[in-house]
Design a protein around this ligand. Structure first.
Ligand SMILES: *Cc1c(COP(=O)(O)O)cnc(C)c1O
Length: 418
């Protein structure tokens, strides 16, 4: 059959849309009650920049994780930048970051005027390897950004904190994926000098985009309060788009099996969902709106989302238990839950053969799920090379992650888990 150019283009569009059939389980915690709040907010602009809404969210967040202070920004990356600013990190300084992370982490270091230095991860929890960090350090090292990926508490947590103490270097905790995870009963993010969480749509709870810096250290709390006070509010247009985004995301979540939903959302709103990491950021450039505060309207949704945290995380833990049994039986490389830790399993990470990561249809045919592939490159989502981080490359080539919310079909197909 011969198809004209227009026909070929349409065909391509349809095939492209089909690949989007099931979005990568973003906004998994978005429900009808959140949407009701969003609709109310869209009806009246007067509360969009309400400080009381922002402060209420920050107070609730601090109380949930047990932090002395919590400061909400427009993104987790802005919260990290605020922390680096308070720590006085700048020209000539080095900050050790994981060689398996999102590009916005090294970018925050660069935007501060400092140099990111990559250290390798271990493959038990995908956290920083303490040996690799020790090797990456120099006299210029001022801070180490450690992370708790996929909601797991990192394997070398104690050792990394100890290394920071001995070498007199700040430990900053990237808890972007780990809201609710605890170690010895204490929430992750609190043991370092400061920590940050993300409420971007693919994280534990969602405000579309958003991030929160936390600390237990009084001088850091004072510094963060000052940076937060100075931070610009986002524009009205931006808040409007963010609120609309909740509607788009909810639609896509409810009808994830229908590719037409995505096209319909485009027609209805004239655009697809907002992109969290722009081309510009992938090139290492600092966007204009960088560093903004969280708007009151977005914080209102965040407060509602916080109310679901425990229930959502219990569900995630139950699903993860199920995946663990299954993956053990199937011989996939399962993650380690370190002693005295209580992870949240944003996703259940599994090490498979590289060709099983390149083509994940096996997961759909065997388990009825779409597996996530993050990260596909060590410095997600760019192709930036990392030197001296062989495990980061192994993870990028072989780590897939099973969804832990919204996976009833897979579980039912296999005969139920609980
Ligand atoms: C999402 C994420 C970030 C950045 O958070 P944003 O809210 O998207 O800026 C940083 N580190 C890790 C590990 C993340 O998953």
């Amino acid at each position: 059959m011969r198809v004209g150019r227009a026909g070929a283009s349409l065909l391509k569009q349809i095939l492209g849309a089909r690949r989007e059939l099931s979005p990568p389980f973003s906004s998994a915690t978005l429900e009808q009650d959140d949407i009701a709040i969003v609709r109310q907010l869209l009806d009246g602009e007067s509360s969009w920049f309400d400080r009381a809404l922002l402060e209420e969210f920050e107070a609730r967040f601090a109380s949930v994780v047990g932090a002395a202070g919590a400061f909400a920004f427009g993104a987790g990356r802005f919260a990290l930048s605020a922390i680096l600013e308070v720590l006085g990190i700048g020209d000539g300084d080095e900050v050790v970051v994981p060689g398996y992370t999102c590009v916005v982490v090294p970018n925050a270091v660069r935007f501060a005027g400092a140099q990111p230095v990559y250290a390798d991860i271990e493959l038990d929890t995908y956290g920083l390897s303490v040996e690799s960090v020790a090797q990456a350090m120099s006299e210029k090292t001022k801070a180490i950004v450690i992370h708790h990926l996929y909601g797991l508490v990192c394997r070398d947590y104690e050792e990394l904190l100890e290394l920071g103490r001995i070498r007199n270097v700040h430990i900053v905790e990237d808890a972007a994926q780990a809201l609710g995870a605890r170690y010895k009963g204490v929430h992750v993010g609190l043991r370092g000098v400061a920590g940050f969480f993300s409420t971007e749509r693919s994280k534990i709870i969602t405000t579309g985009q958003g991030g929160i810096a936390v600390t237990q250290t009084p001088w850091v709390a004072d510094g963060l309060a000052a940076v937060a006070d100075r931070a610009r509010a986002p524009s009205r247009e931006w808040v409007h788009m963010q609120l609309e985004d909740f509607l788009i995301e909810y639609l896509r979540k409810r009808h994830s099996k229908r590719w037409i939903t995505r096209e319909w959302a485009k027609i209805r709103f004239g655009r697809g969902p907002l992109i969290s990491t722009t081309e510009m950021e992938m090139e290492g450039e600092r966007p204009r709106y960088y560093g903004a505060r969280m708007a009151g309207a977005i914080a209102a949704v965040g407060s509602n989302q916080l109310g679901k945290l425990d229930e959502m995380n219990s569900r995630r833990r139950r699903t993860a238990e199920y995946w663990e049994k299954l993956c053990r039986a199937e011989g996939h490389g399962i993650p380690e839950v370190i002693r005295e830790s209580d992870p949240v399993f944003l996703r259940f990470p599994v090490l498979v053969e590289p060709d099983q990561k390149r083509d994940t249809r096996w997961a759909w045919s065997r388990y009825g799920i779409h597996v996530g592939q993050w990260y596909e490159t060590p410095i997600h989502p760019t192709n930036q090379p990392v030197c001296g981080c062989p495990n980061a490359t192994i993870a990028a080539d072989g780590c897939v992650n099973f969804p832990t919310l919204g996976v009833h079909e897979g579980v039912i197909r296999l005969g139920g888990s609980n």
